[in-house]
Design a protein around this ligand. Structure first.
Ligand code: PEP
Ligand code: MN
Length: 372
């Protein structure tokens, strides 16, 4: 991402222990009562977390639902910090929220998915954060738009905030899914490849929308090298005023946390390093062979394109394509490739092959045969 001076923004690591263990953020979706906040904080401090969360201002999709207790919940969070010695954070969606939070001295804030989708709102928050030392976490926007996410991070960085991290909470997509917000992993991974120094946290709760897949999603994130996990935890989830279905109780959280395996990014001994390097060289060679094979395949497709042009035949031949598809599925499956991969690969291959054949069909140096 380009900053004003043409330099890429490099984000400071948010966590001092980055790389050695997972960073844990947990707490109720919403702060509801003093008692509920204190019970959640007490239970979570026994399990051990790094940052306690609770929403005070709740962005609800529809009006008439619980919209948060607002400013009065600040005192509960401060009391929880005092009693259990843990850092506290909440969501901010406006400059007024930021001012309240800064006045109270919270340790961190996050920008929610709906807010991040609006550059005006993000800029107003960034302006209000100017000069503050608070840590800021930026969720992905509700829609799968990497530029919007990068733009929000950049706006916050330009306001001088030092400690910035990103939270992946899944995306709102059209169509059915087992997830409330499908993860679309390639998007956060693209963010991470553009900014390896940026801490990336997985909010499994808002991805899943229910308790069932939480462990699976969180483990997938850790397997991919995420820096932290965010989970919603409530002392009595079934009575929660928001997101009741996805919140864990303290015991469930403890069990899940103990089960998850964090992939240590810092330790590698020299013999494994050498082995890894040699396997990577093999992969590089195979990738080059794949490119060569694809080039060869495209050349043949091009020649077929010129025959089709000469005899004025349509590019798409259903029977032939079905044969190719069947061959890919039968060979691909027995080679251990997943159906989703085969489908995506075939789609890409077909589109590229058609694109190249169409170029042949419309090359001006060749005479077009008119149909009679
Ligand atoms: C939340 O964290 O409670 C929240 C509202 O999240 P999101 O912005 O991801 O929907
Ligand atoms: Mn929530």
């Amino acid at each position: 991402m380009e900053a004003q001076n043409g330099q890429m923004t490099a984000y400071r690591p948010f966590f001092t222990q980055q790389g050695r263990r997972s960073y844990w953020i947990a707490g109720p979706c919403s702060a509801e009562t003093r008692d509920q906040v204190m019970r959640a904080a007490s239970g979570l401090s026994n399990v051990g977390i790094d940052l306690f969360r609770a929403g005070l201002w709740k962005p609800r999709t529809q009006p008439g639902n619980f919209e948060g207790v607002g400013e009065k919940g600040i005192a509960w969070l401060l009391e929880a910090r005092e009693a259990y010695g843990m850092r506290i954070c909440t969501e901010v969606a406006s400059a007024a929220h930021v001012e309240t939070v800064l006045r109270a001295g919270l340790d961190a804030v996050w920008l929610g998915a709906r807010t991040v989708a609006s550059p005006f709102a993000v800029q107003a928050i960034a302006d209000a954060l100017q000069g503050s030392e608070i840590a800021v976490m930026v969720k992905n926007p509700i829609n799968p738009d990497l530029k919007l996410w990068l733009g929000a991070l950049e706006r916050i960085a330009r306001s001088g905030v030092q400690h910035i991290s990103a939270i992946h909470r899944g995306f709102s997509v059209y169509g059915k899914s087992i997830y409330r917000n499908p993860p679309l992993w390639s998007l956060p991974l693209e963010l991470k490849s553009q900014h390896p120094e940026l801490a990336l946290i997985c909010d499994a709760s808002h991805i899943c929308g229910s308790r069932e897949e939480l462990g699976d999603i969180a483990q997938q994130a850790l397997d991919l090298g995420y820096d932290g996990i965010h989970l919603e935890v409530h002392p009595q989830p079934d009575t929660a005023l928001s997101d009741a279905q996805q919140q864990l109780d303290i015991k469930q959280f403890k069990n899940l946390k103990n089960k998850l395996i964090f992939r240590d990014k810092t330790s590698i001994d020299s013999s494994n390093k050498a082995l890894l390097e040699s396997l990577r060289r093999d992969i590089d060679r195979l990738d080059l062979e794949i490119i060569d094979a694809l080039q060869e395949r495209m050349k043949q497709a091009e020649s077929i394109g010129s025959i089709k042009r000469a005899i004025n035949m349509p590019l798409f031949q259903a029977k032939r394509w079905n044969y190719i598809v069947n061959q890919y599925y039968s060979k691909g499956r027995s080679a251990g490739l997943g159906d989703d991969f085969i489908a995506q690969f075939l789609k890409a291959l077909h589109e590229e092959s058609i694109r190249q054949q169409r170029q042949v069909l419309h090359r001006p140096d060749l005479q077009v045969k008119k149909s009679s």
